[in-house]
Design a protein around this ligand. Structure first.
Ligand code: CO
Length: 133
């Protein structure tokens, strides 16, 4: 599998506006944009650190997966995303190896990326996203 870098770390937060105080003011990592992904009911804020990003994930609705995650486990790291060159072939390779996937086919993520999630049961408890930019 052709993996490149950690694309981003997704962090579930109740409020992007409140969280930015720490990231921007305390750490000096500037937010370069926000995007709402309607079908995932989430607003994402992008905070690049060199070749990777912190992505703050704020639910836009009480029934979004991020809202449920925060309700159950509190704010914190939600997923880790690895950038790949060819998502389709990565998914085929994982399927061939019997790896349990959440997304059998690529779908649109934030920032124009194509993404797919691997099931935490297959990764030792981490929600893993594969991302092709
Ligand atoms: Co992500």
């Amino acid at each position: 599998m052709n993996t490149t870098v950690i694309d981003h770390i997704g962090i579930a937060v109740r409020s992007i506006d409140e969280s930015l105080g720490f990231w921007e003011t305390t750490l000096g990592i500037k937010c370069t944009g926000r995007e709402t992904v309607e079908d995932q009911k989430v607003t994402t804020a992008f905070l690049p650190i060199r070749d990777t990003e912190v992505e703050l994930l704020e639910p836009t609705s009480d029934d979004s997966t991020i809202a449920k995650y925060i309700e159950k486990r509190g704010e914190g790291i939600h997923h880790i995303a690895i950038r790949v060159d060819d998502l389709e072939s990565c998914l085929a390779e994982l399927r061939a190896n019997g790896v349990r996937l959440i997304d059998e086919t690529p779908r649109a993520g934030a920032g124009g990326a194509m993404i797919a999630f691997v099931h935490p049961k297959a990764t030792g408890g981490i929600l893993l996203e594969l991302s092709q930019r």
